[in-house]
Every structure is written in C-alpha cells, then in structure tokens.
Ligand binder design. Structure first.
Ligand SMILES: [Zn+2]
Ligand SMILES: [Zn+2]
Length: 434
C-alpha cells in the first residue's frame, strides 16, 4: 500500500491524504485559507479518476472545504462522514460559497452533487475497509481506520483526548500498524492549562470588561469552540458569577447551535440528559439573543454585552463589522480563543499589532486584546499519551502542524517510542507501507 501527503504536510490547512491499496481512498479534502489567499491539495486529475471513496473526518473547512471540487474534476463516488458532519458541512460549505465569491474552486452545482452523494457512516461500524472512531475534536469528528490487505492505518485528523463541556474525549487504545497524527500543538512547549483554569480565565476577562460597561467580542470558529464558549458563559451566568448580560450570537454560531441540539445523541451523556429529559436545556439559555436590526445598531446601543461571532481568526464574517465599530474604545475587549494561523488578522493582533486592515481601511486597535486558551486539539503531552496507547504500532507520520511543530514532535516521538519509525512528511511525498 502507498500513502501520499497531498496537503497539511508541515502546515495547517488543505488536509488531504491519499491511500492507494486494494481500494483507493482520499482522507479529507480541505482548503488552506490565510488572509485573502487560498491554497488547494495537490490532487492530479488522474488521482481523482482512481478514487474509490472520499472520507471527510469533520466539518471544518481545512478538512472538507475542497471536497466539492473533486466533482468538478470528475469524481462520481461517495463522500463518507458521520451524520453530524453531514449536517454541519452543509452549513459551512454553503456559507463558504456565499461569502468568499472571488476565490471559489467549485460551483453551487458541484456542492449540490457533493451533498447528494454523502454516505453516512456511524462510529465503530465497519464498512468496506473503513471504520470511524470518535476523535473528540468537534461534534461528529472522526478518526478513520483503514484496513487493507492486513495492514491497519489509523488517521487521527484533528484530535482532542480531553473531555470538554460537550464531548467525550477521543477513543484511545486502538490497534494500528501505521498512525497518521496531527501536531497543531506538537511542540514540547505546548502545554494547555487545565479546563478549570481556562474557564476561570475566560470568566475573569469577561467580567472585568462588563464591570467597566464595555463590550466583549469573542470571535470563534462557528463550530466547536463557539459552543464551548457559550456553555461556559451559560454556566457562570446561571451561578451568578457573571452579572446578567445579553449574549449576542451573530452569524453561523447560531445556526450551528441548532445542529448541535439536533444531534444531541452524539454529545456526552450529561448534556444529552439535560436536553432530552429535563427542562434545563443548556441550548435555551435566557441570555442568548441575536441582533434584531439589519445594521446591528441594537447591539452597538447596548451599554454592555458579549458578542460571540465568526470568524475565529478574523478572516471574515460579522466579527469584522464589530471590530470596525468597537476597536477604537479602550473600554472594550477582544478575546481570541484557540489557534490563530500564520497570516491571519487574529495572529497579527496576538503578536501585538496596533492597527489592522479591514476592507482596505486601516483600523486602529485601542480595545484590549487577550486570549483565552480554549483548545479543541490535544497538547504535546496528550498527543504522546495517545500515540503510546496505540497497540502494535510500527510507523508514525506527523502532519497538520506548522513545520517546526511537525519536526519537533516527530523527533520527540522517535526518541520516546523505541522501534517505531517516525517521519514528518513533506508536501507531495509518497511512502510505501508494508
Ligand atoms: Zn478541525
Ligand atoms: Zn484541522
């Protein structure tokens, strides 16, 4: 069998791994979006024609965003994913096509074909050579195990082994000959705070600004982090550790929340119980609200409020509107959550920029910028523990991380796992598996 890294090799974005064995599978097919530019996986037309199946690990655009383009290139087969991923991907890809008009790799027709050809696969139900396991990253996210001619390959995609407010952590202790693992936080210096510390720091930052009658903007990935943040705020509002304050949900965060609720059976037991068997539904918090006027003036007129909106790295979405209006007032605060990719406005602000450009206009940054270190990815130690839990491991490929993280994590794993060959593949590299 042969494995080729067509994207996300020494980078984050455009995840795409080709497996050529008895059958030919593509594991993920994502976009790399940084600032205004977009990059695609290195898929040749002859590769597309050979494909027997395309597997989508989860709905984030860096794993799913390029998939409909395969249709445009002649792919007529199925796209395999879990049910929640099917619901979320529909929302995310339609939104992607509707906003970033200049740079599309496919049309609405291709998207519709993609949506019609989704094949839902439940966790831990093998079909052909493929089995999905929970990866703990977002609702519906899956690790993929492919078994071909007696060789087992496990692809983690985005991995979170830690239990969160909504989800159980990733399944550990699986058996595989070859592991393909992400390394977003693969450096030894990457050590997440405990969940308790993360929640406490978010609440402290929010409270500080509300006490001064400021507005808090929390830009968030529509899916995953957004729901985690809302649940944390809901919890602290209910226990009165935060003063009663409207929480505005703007953009896709709100729509995604509905999908989370509809897929309650995929959430962890405690949340499932609250939704299905009690009146204490965390998705129906009385403080959640949405802008009522088209120009959002009702939000701006509030004395104080929290705004949770997309996009998480400030690439686009309503957050840019709020920044334009609110960045000039030092009473306000922007709380960045989670990973900020190189080249994004979020990364610039994190690195201390006091000015950013939005729609060709220079925006002076006077509001406070802080970070709450929520993460939907495992940190270094958790990634090592996960790898050690895999039985029968002979070979590891490290990808989905900035170059330095992939290399450092590969070296570290090589040192820790005796007799296991560890590689950080370069973009476009192909390996034979035996
Ligand atoms: Zn992801
Ligand atoms: Zn990813």
């Amino acid at each position: 069998m042969e494995v080729s890294f067509l994207g996300a090799a020494k980078e984050v974005g455009r995840s795409a791994i080709m497996l050529n064995g008895r059958r030919n599978y593509l594991l993920d097919c994502g976009l790399k979006i940084s600032g205004v530019s977009e990059e695609y996986p290195l898929i040749e037309p002859q590769d597309v024609r050979r494909l027997d199946g395309v597997i989508i690990s989860h709905a984030h655009l860096d794993h799913s965003g390029y998939a409909p383009a395969l249709t445009a290139k002649g792919y007529r087969g199925k796209y395999w994913m879990t049910k929640p991923t099917r619901d979320l991907v529909q929302l995310l890809l339609s939104d992607y096509l509707s906003i970033e008009k200049a740079t599309h790799a496919y049309t609405t027709r291709d998207l519709n074909y993609f949506l019609k050809n989704i094949q839902v696969l439940e966790y831990e139900r093998r079909k052909e050579e493929v089995t999905f396991f929970d990866s703990g990253h977002i609702l519906g996210s899956a690790m993929t195990l492919v078994e071909d001619s007696g060789h087992k390959i496990l692809y983690t995609a985005d991995l979170n082994t830690r239990e969160t407010r909504l989800l159980d952590g990733a399944k550990k202790g699986l058996q595989a000959d070859t592991l393909i693992i992400e390394s977003t936080y693969g450096s030894t210096a990457d050590q997440h705070l405990s969940s308790k510390e993360i929640y406490a720091s978010l609440v402290k930052e929010v409270k500080e600004t509300l006490d001064k009658n400021g507005k808090v903007i929390i830009p968030s990935f529509a899916i995953g982090r957004g729901q985690e943040i809302l649940f944390t705020l809901e919890n602290y509002l209910k226990s009165k550790m935060l003063p009663p304050t409207p929480i505005y949900l703007d953009g896709m965060v709100k729509k995604a929340l509905r999908i989370y609720r509809h897929n309650a059976i995929y959430l962890k037991d405690e949340v499932k119980r609250r939704i299905l068997t009690s009146d204490d539904d965390p998705f129906k918090c009385e403080y959640y609200t949405a802008p009522e006027r088209k120009d959002r003036s009702d939000v701006l007129e509030q004395e104080k409020c929290v705004i949770v909106t997309t996009s998480g790295m400030l690439n686009g979405g309503p957050v840019l509107f709020y920044l334009k209006k609110l960045a000039g007032d030092p009473k306000n605060k922007l709380i960045l959550v989670g990973y900020q990719a190189q080249g994004t406005r979020g990364r610039q602000l994190l690195e201390g920029a006091n000015e950013i450009e939005i729609d060709g206009e220079k925006i002076e940054i006077k509001l406070t910028v802080t970070q709450a270190k929520f993460s939907a990815h495992s940190d270094h130690k958790e990634l090592v523990e996960f790898t050690k839990s895999i039985r029968g491991l002979k070979r590891v490929f490290v990808q989905h991380g900035e170059a330095s993280k992939c290399e450092e994590f590969a070296q570290e794993l090589g040192r820790k796992l005796k007799g296991v060959e560890v590689t950080a593949p370069a973009l476009g590299e192909t390996f034979q598996l035996r």
